[in-house]
Design a protein around this ligand. Sequence first.
Ligand code: GAP
Length: 507
Amino acid sequence: MLDDMDKLVSLCKRRGFIFPSSEIYGGLNGFWDYGPLGVELKRNIKDAWWRDNVRMRDDMVGLDCSIIMNPRVWEASGHVGGFSDPMVDCRASKERYRADQIFVFAYVYPAVNHKGEPTEAWLAGLGGTPEEAAEHVEKRAAKLAKRFGQPVGAPSIIPYLKLEPNDRDKVVGPATEDRGTLTEPRAFNLMFKTFVGALESESNVAYLRPETAQGIFANFKNVVDTGRVKLPFGIAQVGKSFRNEINPRNFTFRSREFEQMEIEFFCRPDQAQEWYDYWRKARFQWYVDLGLKSDRLRLRDHDPDELAFYSTATADIEYAFPFGVSELEGIAHRGDYDLTQHMKFSGKDLTYFDEERKERFTPHVVEPSAGADRATLAFLCEAYAEDEVGGESRTVMRFHPRLAPVKAAVFPLVKRDGMPETAEAIYRDLKRRHNVFYDEKGAIGRRYRRQDEAGTPFCLTVDSQTALDGTVTIRDRDSCRQWRIPKADACQALDNLLDGLPIPGDA
Ligand code: GAP
């Protein structure tokens, strides 16, 4: 299991999964590019999501909306007024932080301090996750105990935003040694602004969408009017979203440009709780089925004080990344809030008429909202493994076959005796159905290692026996087991292996 993100970041760079955006110009914080292997992996994740949630269902349709929409959409949704994070600046270090990401450790002296003064709470800002804060606590507590010549009481970790304003003055900025260098938190709107048309005036302001969801609500009537759908049904969309995050971090986890995979599932109000329970479980199982181990995956129900005022229930699917347990997807029971808001702002009727019951009402909605980049990062973390094969250590990406960027590699054992020609013919045949790779360079062991690092589940090798009996070896990435199959069966064998079915010639 991956314990150090640096290892993954370096593998992603080395093997062409993910690069910093515009790297030759020094990059741009919060933006990332997917390389040849990364683009296949992410595409496979989006395709698996689309297939499982749209194509395989009778109650879901798809949509692809524009990124820039009428700005009134974002007034109706509340994003213009309220889509902001609390931001603090450090006057000393000039760093900028999200105030809700600063955790402070506080400890209280025993009855008197070293000068005989009364008990006092000491605070120190850390600017990390609670887990990171916990790590620092012991070190800092020991240092302070030494400084004041007496042991300190057990420190506790407090979110910065929960401190009284006069206690905030005592906080040591995460990048300083001094107290009181942090400004008061202030709201920072996360939407990227631009102008539509030639004039750069307030009346031409538009926004890059911060979520794909609102495009779905704005098209609800269009979809219903085209007559293909009856409640309960969902509308799904995959696409780019943009947020001017104050503090992008943890590789691609918090980026400023990212992709979402969102569903708005519309139903009768009296069935909303049932559908919420259904989607909460179904979405969790989707990640498990694609290889995320359930002990690293968590379904966390929001506490009542975390819920948006219009939501009666929300759950997050979280994954234990090396940098901490963090959200992959949220499933929210949003009631009729969104359609009601859009009715108010657009003046259009977005109610639904139930033909059977002869009733008109505003549908309620359950929203499973996932991030394609976060899912990709979780599958990368989960796949990463280091093990030993025949006394040699290797790095292997154990992707689920559905997600693996390359499904099979085809090699001639050596570059002579007709082996390259036979291998290339097999490669051409397989390529019609799958993303496969041909490689004839270097020692065979090295070629296997390279495919292990790319996460290729199967390798087929043409050797001297192929010319004699028409068989090739097939090697399984995870077990390194090798066996022979007739080369004429290669395509069928690969199909079966990728689908988890028995294959010809396998004992
Ligand atoms: N429509 C609801 C919505 O957008 P959200 O929790 O803000 O809800 C949903 O976002 C998902 O989008 C998150 O669970 C995450 O996977 C992804 N996401 C949000 N902000 C992101 C960011 N800055 N970088 C990468 N992914 C992000």
